[in-house]
Design a protein. Structure first.
Length: 192
């Protein structure tokens, strides 16, 4: 499996549209590969598969430092910042590219804070922090994963997320022996 390359994150703030799109495509390919190996078994459950839909919408969440966040945002025309609940200590915006290539770019509001993004950046540096799947019913999907696959959710039930979404997270084993953070989300008021 290919590894995440720092130059891809750097290229997200390129002045060239093609360089940004190519970098996003590479990042998404790595994220999807991590997620596929982690959740492949889950898709065999018919009800879970229906909750994600026939062609699941997948977004790769990339955690970056605040300076990188600002550079990427500027290079991409200042996309709207998501409304993130304060307790999550995060800032976020979404980038859409061709062929369903979608990234959520995340940073910590307080780089010295104790939020999930700050902790991730301290431990791993910039890179893929999570892979997100759109879901029609996060609570039902959570019950399926907990009861039928023994996968513990971060929250007992759906929790408020960015832009009014309802979310839950699952730390799932990937093929390389590491873990990948999977987010299931129900769209909110600013869904695109």
């Amino acid at each position: 499996m290919r590894n995440m390359k720092e130059e891809w994150i750097t290229a997200l703030s390129s002045t060239e549209d093609g360089a940004r799109a190519a970098a996003a495509k590479e990042i998404c390919a790595v994220g999807r590969s991590l997620a596929d190996s982690a959740v492949q078994r889950w898709h065999q459950n018919d009800e879970f598969a229906r909750l994600l839909g026939k062609d699941p919408e997948i977004t790769v969440g990339v955690a970056v430092r605040t300076a990188t966040f600002a550079q990427i945002r500027e290079a991409n025309g200042w996309p709207r910042l998501a409304e993130v609940p304060a307790e999550q200590d995060a800032s976020e915006f979404t980038l859409h590219f061709e062929r369903g290539t979608t990234l959520d770019v995340l940073t910590s509001r307080d780089p010295e804070g104790s939020g999930a993004i700050a902790k991730f950046l301290l431990k791993f540096g910039e890179g893929i922090q999570q892979v997100e799947f759109r879901c029609s019913d996060v609570n039902r999907a959570t019950a399926i994963l907990r009861d039928q696959f023994a996968v513990a959710p971060v929250y007992p039930e759906a929790h408020p997320g960015a832009d009014g979404t309802r979310i839950n997270f699952f730390l799932a084993p990937a093929a390389d022996g590491k873990k990948v953070l999977i987010e299931l989300y129900e769209p909110g008021r600013h869904a695109v």
